[in-house]
Write a protein of this length. Structure first.
Length: 125
């Protein structure tokens, strides 16, 4: 659905946010895509949206993931206690679930800032 339509329906202007997790001591990434979907999504043409859009399978090359069902700050764990003690700073754990990957981070600080549409911190020509 077009973001302008969503804005009109919900009355909320779309925004583009950058989440900077600082002092990240551990990062884990695992797929949230079922094995059956993986099985039909191994075609390299699915890496790029333009070549994969009309194929059966998961189009990996969308260049973004929907943060759905979302992110959750997890309760203190043995790992966060161990790292907090070792570093002398508070360490937290967050789990972010997207439509293709689940990412778990152990970190100390989070900085959130709004960025302009098209923001690309690492662009190569």
């Amino acid at each position: 659905m077009d973001t302008a339509v969503l804005e009109q329906m919900l009355g909320i202007a779309p925004g583009h946010l950058r989440y900077l997790f600082r002092y990240c001591v551990e990062a884990r990434c695992e797929t949230s895509v079922p094995a059956e979907t993986w099985r039909i999504s191994l075609d390299d043409r699915l890496i790029d949206y333009e070549t994969g859009v009309d194929l059966d399978g998961y189009v990996w090359g969308v260049k973004w993931h929907a943060l759905y069902p979302g992110a959750k700050l997890l309760p203190e764990s043995e790992a966060t206690r161990r790292w907090s003690k070792a570093l002398g700073i508070d360490i937290h754990e967050v789990r972010m679930e997207t439509n293709a990957h689940n990412v778990t981070l152990l970190f100390s600080d989070l900085q959130v800032s709004e960025v302009p549409v098209g923001y690309a911190p690492f662009v190569t020509e």
